[in-house]
Design a protein around this ligand. Structure first.
Ligand code: AMP
Length: 219
């Protein structure tokens, strides 16, 4: 589904790195964000639903909510269902919470002590941690998590925040590698001896599209 090309690339690359049969959570974190739970390179669950609104807090999307919120907001704000869903897609997430959909702006405001930005980052990381824990439970274990896309590949502070206090699950990162590892390359940022590997892998959707096109043309 949504971000499927990226998830497929990262799931495939993780299998090449780790070998067959592993349980991996792919964290595609960009303006749109999604997680997938992959067993042996195959996606068994994803945070995206019939539309990309489900799951994580994103740049402008709210992510998972009580479905009854739609009716509640429609009634209290005198809006149609279409208007509420539009609001949830285009005016929510980081934009609704902190006034900008761009993580770099929100982070700069957080660094300056802004309360709304602090709430937005707390919610963003909390949701992500919650899904990582639930996918580990659903798969009955976890071998690796992979960060990818604009935020996942570049935002060291958010990777640190998401991986903090996750040692109960076996996730622990090497702070120095996370902070100073080269950008734009595959990185293993796991702490020595961590039960679960943590990688940063640049996604390559263009490569997957080219590969799929080649397969179709050669059929
Ligand atoms: P994408 O949709 O994958 O292009 O990712 C866009 C998101 O990545 C935006 O929220 C950007 O603010 C964020 N992003 C890109 N570069 C960086 C960076 N160096 N540090 C933090 N966030 C970044």
């Amino acid at each position: 589904g949504f971000h499927g090309t990226s998830h497929r690339f990262i799931a495939g690359r993780s299998t090449e790195i780790l070998g067959a049969g592993k349980k991996v959570i792919v964290c595609h974190l960009g303006n749109g964000s999604s997680l997938s739970a992959c067993v042996n390179g195959k996606c068994v669950d994803t945070t995206m639903g019939i539309t990309p609104l489900d799951g994580l807090v994103m740049g402008t999307r709210c992510g998972t909510l009580d479905p009854a919120c739609v009716e509640f907001i429609a009634n209290t704000e005198n809006k149609t269902v279409t208007e509420v869903v539009n609001m949830m897609n285009k005016q929510s997430g980081l934009l609704g919470l902190a006034g900008s959909s761009d993580m770099r702006d929100v982070t700069a405001r957080f660094d300056a002590g802004d309360k709304d930005a602090t709430l937005a980052l707390d919610m963003w990381a909390y949701t992500l941690k919650k899904y990582i824990g639930s996918y580990a439970a659903a798969m009955g274990g976890l071998d690796a998590i992979v960060f990818t896309a604009g935020i996942g590949e570049n935002d060291k502070a958010l990777r640190r925040r998401v991986c903090a206090e996750m040692d109960y699950l076996g996730i622990a990162i090497n702070e120095d590698l996370n902070e100073n590892g080269p950008r734009g390359q595959e990185l293993d940022i796991s702490a020595e001896g961590a039960r679960v590997k943590t990688f940063v892998i640049p996604t390559d959707e263009e490569y997957m599209i080219a590969l799929d096109t080649k397969r179709l043309v050669e059929k």
